[in-house]
Write a protein of this length. Sequence first.
Length: 191
Amino acid sequence: MRKHVNRMLLSTFALLAVSTTGCFGIGTGTYNLGLLGFPIPVSPYYQHKQEEKFWKHERYERVPILGPITSGGPVVALDPPSDDEVMHALETARPVQGGIPLIYEKQRNGVRIIKEKIADYIDPPRFYPLIGPAQLHHAHYKCTIYFDEKTTVGYPVPHTLHDREAIEVVYIDHNHFHMVGDVEPYKTPNL
């Protein structure tokens, strides 16, 4: 009988300990999410995709607002795309990431990048909401990427494809604003 009482007492203390931890919400009035209360494992692939999306937005998807163009100063864009920006554009056009190890993998080796400016022009001054009077400066670049691409397939028939002369062309636009002095005020059309 004493053994039975000890087990009942131990079970009561265990139930009391579990109910007061906040994990299950028994008797404490806290919310119980059921299966949603437990962590769900997420693949690192999705975390990497979100970090890469933020990296691109932070570095390359914003349009800067620069000072006015000085009289007699250069009217050419001085910032060609970086190698990192070109490789991100290449990865978007021809992805290598996301393969399955030992089943399907791709590699890029011996990458060479050639950047050519194909257009550089400035729009006439106008009023932009939230910016004010400004000019939009356009610079278009053609980036040719030469690389060796190696594709390894492990199933159903193991083989390796080696393209030693792979070429990809990526077009990148760099736009930025230049502030301007006075422009003609906006006139509301008569309706």
